[in-house]
Design a protein around this ligand. Structure first.
Ligand SMILES: Cc1cc2nc3c(=O)[nH]c(=O)nc-3n(C[C@H](O)[C@H](O)[C@H](O)COP(=O)(O)OP(=O)(O)OC[C@H]3O[C@@H](n4cnc5c(N)ncnc54)[C@H](O)[C@@H]3O)c2cc1C
Length: 390
């Protein structure tokens, strides 16, 4: 864990203990293996077992269902801390916890009682299956279809880019139950879909960064799912469930952005004191000082926005604008800090022996996932108008 310039959001004592054990785990079991796993694009199976033991798969699941019941604020701090060391690891539990949040918010009592304890222990892991080859931002254009047949539904279609698609067992699956419905969202529903006959993994997708974690196509061919796995037991509420989960999703993407921006800054602060040119450490050259000053300010601003959004979420307030601002700003901060870190490291920044080239490959994903940054700015503008009518 890098030293933060200033601790913005001191957590409660018990939450501080959780953070401390995560930092110890990162130093002992993660940091020494990151370069190898990253460059082999290898799934960190052993670390996943350790994450189960740490309770990460239940971080935001209420304690009554066996989770840690952490606030979004503490959760964001955990995500930031882990992303500083290896951002990919956060993807293994982030979308899993958004799936869990969908069940916790919209599930029937039976669905909560069955799924949440299994999600919390990590026995059932997975994520969100929303995106399709022809529909990402415009989710209402999805084509995966579920038809009711007695006490089951029959699902056909293809999802793509699904995080944890290969190693996960269970997904919050967005489908059309009525493709003719107007408005379109009334014909959309969500299922809690476990892998079974008719539900298979297609290709593993090769990526620029975000290595180690599996991103895959999921293919549904006459997949029979019991009607009892329709989230909330009611058709037509799938988009609402998917979008509701995205607020927490955006806060954690913002926290990942903070983690990357922080790692890029702190690597640069260290390197700039060691690397010498023209008889002095490069941190004594004004051109490098300007970069460090900008990077640190950007990080601090990103953190303030991120924890402001997390606190609003914890108070139960509507926070799509705050989460959108945090996600937009922190992800762009990660991209800019990663590029500046590469400049400060000179040729070594381009080397696979250093971490900087990974930050540079990982950061742009934060601008795309959980709603692109173009969409975030549109959400912010719409909220501004709604909150301030003329
Ligand atoms: C590594 C990775 C992991 C992912 N994990 C998951 C996952 O676990 N589950 C899941 O469901 N999805 C996942 N995704 C998919 C991701 O959510 C989508 O890529 C994202 O929502 C954008 O959709 P798209 O790629 O179809 O782009 P498009 O929707 O085709 O957008 C293309 C461009 O057009 C812009 N654009 C679109 N509409 C508008 C508009 N109205 N106004 C202005 N600009 C617009 C976009 O901002 C973007 O710049 C993942 C993607 C990646 C790369």
């Amino acid at each position: 864990m890098t030293d933060h310039p200033r601790d913005l959001t001191a957590p409660a004592e018990d939450e501080a203990l959780i953070l401390e054990s995560i930092r110890k785990w990162l130093d002992r079991d993660v940091r020494p293996h990151v370069l190898r796993l990253e460059h082999a694009d290898e799934y960190p199976a052993e670390m996943v077992e350790q994450m189960k033991a740490l309770g990460l798969f239940g971080a935001t699941i209420p304690a009554e269902y066996g989770g840690l019941g952490l606030s979004a604020t503490t959760y964001a701090r955990i995500v930031e801390t882990i992303a500083e060391v290896w951002m990919s690891l956060t993807g293994i539990f982030n979308s899993h916890l958004i799936m869990a949040a969908c069940v916790a918010r919209h599930g029937t009592p039976e669905q909560k009682a069955f799924y949440l304890p299994r999600f919390a222990s990590g026995e059932l892991r997975g994520g969100l299956a929303l995106t399709e080859p022809d529909a990402g931002t415009d989710l209402q254009a999805i084509r995966t279809r579920a038809r009711r047949e007695g006490d089951h539904y029959l699902i056909n279609g293809t999802k793509t880019w699904i995080s944890n698609g290969i190693h996960g067992q269970c997904f919050a699956l967005l489908v059309k139950t009525d493709p003719e419905a107007e408005p379109r969202h009334r014909g959309m529903s969500m299922f809690i879909a476990r892998k079974a006959e008719g539900f298979r993994v297609g290709r593993k997708l090769e990526k620029l960064g975000y290595k180690g974690i599996d991103s895959a196509e999921l293919i549904f061919e006459d997949y029979r799912i019991p009607a009892s796995d329709l989230l909330g037991g009611e058709e037509g509420r799938g988009l609402q469930a998917a979008l509701g989960g995205l607020e927490l999703g955006r806060i954690n993407i913002a926290a990942r952005g903070c983690g990357l921006a922080s790692a890029a800054l702190m690597d640069s602060v260290r390197y700039a004191q060691i690397r010498r040119t023209f008889g002095k450490p490069i941190c004594e050259h004004q051109a490098i000082q300007l970069k460090l000053g900008e990077m640190a300010t950007r990080l601090q601003a990103a953190r303030l926005l991120t924890y402001d959004a997390a606190r609003a979420y914890d108070r139960g307030e509507r926070c799509d604008m705050e989460a959108g601002m945090a996600k937009y700003f922190a992800s762009e901060a990660a991209v800019e800090n990663a590029l500046e870190a590469m400049r400060i490291h000179g040729g070594y920044g381009y080397s696979k022996e250093y971490h900087v080239e990974r930050y540079f490959r990982d950061a742009p994903l934060m601008c795309i996932g959980e709603g692109t940054n173009e969409i975030q700015r549109i959400i912010i503008a719409r909220q501004l108008i709604e909150r301030h009518p003329a």
